[in-house]
Write a protein that binds this ligand. Structure first.
Ligand code: SF4
Length: 454
């Protein structure tokens, strides 16, 4: 191994990418390197990229260019990993000569070797060497509980990736091409990881995958998500198990019963619905009709009273008419979902939707998304206002970013990083503590609460 080097990481994109970064952090520290908080102090800079939609690609490229500037200083090596590397290795290799190594979305376990590798040498007559590219066409890696991992953020909450990749054919989505076919971890392996996390003080376990509800389909013994929940729920120290990225047509009664009956499974589901119009669901190749969506919401609310439902939608997908948009608007009014994100459609080369006719102008897509988010802002506020006076259990995340006078935390109905928070006043508590508080005020997406219950 070469001498210890200072490594600086930038982690972009979704929680699944964050887990990959945390594995890389574990591997480089295990290899004896030091992590630094500032790029100017680094010998090596690693950018773990996202390439889901245009804006994410732009952010990744801008970040790489920004980090490349530090090669004018101490940094001797720039490594690019993640989805942009998986998708555009050749393009970024040509366009950004400052890059030294490119690792695909399942090649990042080679990061320690990459740090030890000599910088690439320019070929005859060339001023600058081309980057070393290591991108596996069909990504196949998924970590296990033995993988070294250095967690980003508070000890009290953690993402646990139970599977990677996706086998579904959604027309607008490039993820199967970036992340490969689905591969699930065994229940024993996931339980070992969660047991270790809980023993180290983690109270909130956020389960993630590309499609959580398809967990285990690719394994010989076909374990189910419900079976996994029954295994994880009694692990000592686990307080909330949160379900992210579920698929609407894949909710079995067994799964809903597990959510309803297991005390440590948070009464919260994140289920991207994308749209409600049957014609649009067909164009999106979602494999189910609006009836499945209506029935799912009914089943969840009947079996799990007070369940908090988060969802995301796409506005302006090719073929979306005014009537289809109106149907989605009416659905949001009728369904009264708790947490909603709406994204204007982004043309993704290499997807089925990218080749569809009847494109919707970007301005129209933006306006439709803004209209739905404005509608949802009112729904969210009304729901939160109805909670004023209620006593809640809150997991403390730390000092508020707004002011040091307040703590920030979340109740079971708020996931980290994507939902609102509870601002806590009239007292203090350590990070990771579970406290009781009474809601005193509501805003569009956040709550204020007092630690003085009386
Ligand atoms: S289930 Fe999700 S990740 Fe898989 S193809 Fe559909 S949208 Fe993409």
């Amino acid at each position: 191994m070469t001498a210890s080097q200072n490594i600086y990481f930038v982690s972009l994109g979704c929680p699944k990418n964050q887990v990959d970064t945390e594995i890389m952090l574990g591997q480089v520290t295990d290899a004896g390197h030091a992590l630094v908080d500032a790029p100017e102090d680094a010998d090596v800079i690693v950018v773990n990229t996202c390439a889901f939609i245009d804006s994410a690609k732009a952010e990744s490229v801008n970040t790489i260019l920004e980090m490349a500037e530090f090669k004018k200083g101490r940094a001797g090596k720039l490594v690019v990993t993640g989805c942009l590397a998986q998708r555009y290795a050749d393009e970024i290799a040509k366009e950004i000569p400052e890059i030294d190594h490119i690792l695909g979305s399942s090649d990042f376990p080679s990061i320690a070797k990459t740090l030890d590798a000599p910088a690439p040498k320019p070929t005859r007559g060339k001023k600058k060497a081309l980057p070393v590219v290591q991108v596996t066409e069909a990504p196949a890696y998924i970590y296990d509980h033995d993988a070294p991992r250095v967690r980003i953020g508070g000890r009290h909450t953690a993402y646990v990736k139970i599977a990677e990749g996706c086998d579904r054919p959604c027309a607008f989505c490039i993820i199967p091409k970036l992340r490969g076919a689905q591969r699930s971890r065994s229940i024993d392996d996931i339980a070992a990881e969660v047991t270790a996390l809980a023993a180290a003080g983690t109270k909130e376990i956020c389960l993630i995958a590309q499609d959580l509800t398809r967990y285990g389909w690719d394994l010989a013994d076909r374990p189910t998500l419900a079976q996994l929940l029954h295994r994880l729920a009694p692990i000592p120290g686990v307080h909330w198990i949160r379900l992210h990225y579920t698929f609407p047509s894949a909710f079995t009664d067994e799964l809903i019963d597990a959510i309803a009956t297991l005390p440590t499974v948070a009464k919260y589901v994140d289920v991207p619905l994308q749209h409600i119009d049957d014609g649009m669901l067909k164009l999106m190749r979602r494999g189910h009709s609006s009836r499945v969506t209506y029935e799912l919401i009914e089943r969840l609310r009947a079996k799990v009273p007070g369940i908090v439902i988060r969802s995301t939608f796409i506005s302006g997908h090719p073929g979306e008419t005014d009537a289809m948009h109106a149907a989605l608007r009416d659905f949001l009014t009728e369904a009264q979902l708790d947490r909603v994100g709406v994204f204007p459609y982004s043309i993704e080369p290499g997807t089925v939707s990218g080749m569809l006719p009847n494109r919707v102008p970007a301005k129209v897509a933006d306006a439709r998304a803004a209209e739905l988010m404005e509608l949802q802002r009112g729904i969210s506020r009304a729901k939160l206002e109805a909670m004023v006076g209620r006593e809640l259990e809150v997991l403390v995340d730390g000092l508020s970013e707004e002011t040091d006078l307040l703590l920030e935390g979340r109740y079971f109905g708020q996931a980290p990083g994507i939902d609102g928070v509870v601002y806590l006043a009239d007292g203090t508590a350590p990070i990771g503590a579970l406290v009781r508080a009474r809601v005193t005020q509501a805003a569009d997406h956040d709550l204020a609460a007092s630690l003085e219950l009386a």
